[in-house]
Design a protein around this ligand. Structure first.
Ligand code: HEC
Length: 135
């Protein structure tokens, strides 16, 4: 099960996360497009803190729920699939309760924390569905 696997590897993720920082950003600058704006990620950080951090951790490290950044997350699923799951199922207890704009900005923040660069075009519910690249 995904949840227990993530918990078991949580220590490894914490250890790897600090090392990953520089590697992930140099890796993604060449490989990944800019999917979101910096302003979006900033508002996404606030939404995330209110709606998601209680379970997923302030640093996306995973507390009562899987980590959303770091080794367990990177390369695991497409950005489109993660977004789809999140807007259908999250926040657990109130699925689908946020606006499309809030889901998009939270996704922008999650992309940022997984080493993706900010750019000039906003992430939207329509654009995110086309991102078949792994996070
Ligand atoms: C009440 C606790 C809780 C809250 C609040 C919550 N989640 Fe979750 N989340 C979970 C649990 C538990 C899972 C694992 C569910 C599963 O695997 O079926 C999960 C899974 C996920 C996943 C899939 C992770 C993976 O590895 O596939 C994503 C993405 C996610 N949540 C995003 C969010 C976002 C974004 C928010 C805020 C809008 C949020 N969650 C709020 C409990 C929560």
């Amino acid at each position: 099960m995904k949840f227990s696997r993530t918990i078991l590897s949580a220590t490894a993720v914490v250890v790897a996360a600090s090392a990953l920082g520089t590697v992930a950003s140099s890796k993604t600058t060449s490989a990944s497009a800019a999917y979101y704006t910096a302003a979006q990620a900033t508002s996404g950080q606030k939404e995330y803190a209110t709606e998601c951090a209680s379970c997923h951790g302030v640093k996306l490290e995973g507390v009562k729920a899987p980590a959303l950044a770091g080794e367990g997350m990177a390369g695991s699923q497409s950005v489109a699939d993660i977004y789809y799951f999140m807007q259908q199922q999250m926040p657990a207890g109130a699925p689908g309760s946020l606006s499309a704009a809030k889901y998009a900005s939270i996704m922008a923040y999650i992309l940022k924390k997984n080493g993706h660069p900010a750019g000039k075009v906003m992430l939207t519910a329509a654009s995110v569905k086309k991102i078949t690249a792994k996070i």
